[in-house]
Design a protein around this ligand. Structure first.
Ligand code: C5P
Length: 238
C-alpha cells in the first residue's frame, strides 16, 4: 500500500516507488463554500479522474504540459511530483460568481482581455483574494516566476476555450494550481474538471459544472457524465 501524503477535499495524494511520481486518487466527495456544504456522490471521483485525464491529455497534445502522466484506474492517476504553490490562479472570460458579488459588475459581462485573479490557498482564511505583492510574500516565487505563471494561465485559457468549444461549451472561468517539480521548474498541477471550471452549454446556457451542487439546482453526476461524453465524442470526431 502506498503511503498517504496528503488528503484534500476532493483527492488523496500517495507516494509511489518512484520519487519523481505521485499517485492521485479522486474521491466521491463534493464540497462548496470552503467545505461548509459537503456531500458524497457515487461515481464523481471516477468522472473527475476521467475528465481531468482527458483534459490534461488534450492540453499536452496542444503544447501545454502539466504534471499529468497517465490514468491508472477508474479513480487514480499518476502525476509528476510537485510541491504545490499556495496560490489559486483564477481566469475569467465572463463575469459571474465571486467577482459579481465582490465588485457588483453585471452577471455575464464579457471580460476582454480575460481577467486573472490570485487567491491565497488557505482554508482557515477562506482563500482570500490577494495581489501580486502578497503572492510574492506568501510563496517562494520570484517576480519573474509569478509573471510566467500568469502568462501560462492565459495560454491555458486559450487552449481550454478551444477544447471546450469542440464540446459545445463556453468556458466561463476556472481555477488553476501550479507546483514546483523536483528540478525547481514550475508546472501546471492539480486538476481541470467541472469542479474547477464553470462550463455553460453554448446552445441553452445550462450550467454544466459544480454550480449545480453549489446552488442546489440539479444533479451533479448526470451533468459530469455529459461533460465526459462530450470530451470523448470530440476526441473521436477528430
Ligand atoms: O467562486 P469564484 O467565482 O471565485 O470561482 C471562480 C472559478 O474558480 C470557478 O470556476 C470555480 O469553480 C473555481 N474555484 C475552484 N476552487 C476554489 C475556488 C474557485 O476551483 N477554491
Amino acid at each position: 500500500m502506498n503511503e498517504l501524503l496528503y488528503e484534500g477535499k476532493a483527492k488523496r495524494v500517495f507516494r509511489t516507488d518512484d520519487p519523481e511520481k505521485l499517485l492521485l486518487e479522486y474521491k466521491d466527495d463534493a464540497t462548496a463554500f470552503n467545505g461548509k456544504k459537503k456531500e458524497s456522490f457515487r461515481g464523481k471521483g471516477e468522472l473527475n479522474n476521467r475528465i481531468s485525464s482527458e483534459v490534461f491529455r488534450k492540453l499536452e497534445e496542444k503544447g501545454v504540459p502539466s504534471h499529468f502522466l497517465e490514468r491508472l484506474s477508474d479513480t487514480e492517476q499518476l502525476v509528476r511530483k510537485t510541491e504545490i504553490i499556495p496560490l489559486e490562479v483564477v481566469v475569467r472570460n465572463l463575469a459571474t460568481g465571486s467577482l459579481v458579488r465582490r465588485i457588483g459588475i453585471e452577471e455575464k459581462t464579457p471580460l476582454t482581455p480575460p481577467l486573472i485573479e490570485l487567491f491565497y490557498k488557505n482554508d482557515e482564511l477562506d482563500d482570500p483574494l490577494i495581489n501580486d505583492r502578497h503572492a510574492l510574500m506568501l510563496s517562494d516565487l520570484t517576480y519573474e516566476e509569478l509573471m510566467k505563471i500568469k502568462e501560462k494561465a492565459l495560454e491555458v485559457n486559450d487552449v481550454l476555450i478551444e477544447i471546450f468549444e469542440d464540446c459545445d461549451l463556453d468556458l466561463v472561468d476556472f481555477k488553476l494550481e501550479f507546483g514546483r517539480n523536483t528540478e525547481g521548474s514550475i508546472l501546471l498541477s492539480d486538476e481541470v474538471s467541472p469542479d474547477t471550471c464553470r462550463l455553460w452549454d453554448k446552445q441553452t446556457g445550462e450550467k454544466m459544472d459544480k454550480d449545480v451542487f453549489r446552488e442546489g439546482t440539479g444533479e451533479l453526476v448526470p451533468v459530469y457524465e455529459k461533460i465526459l461524453q462530450r470530451l470523448e465524442d470530440a476526441t473521436c470526431a477528430k
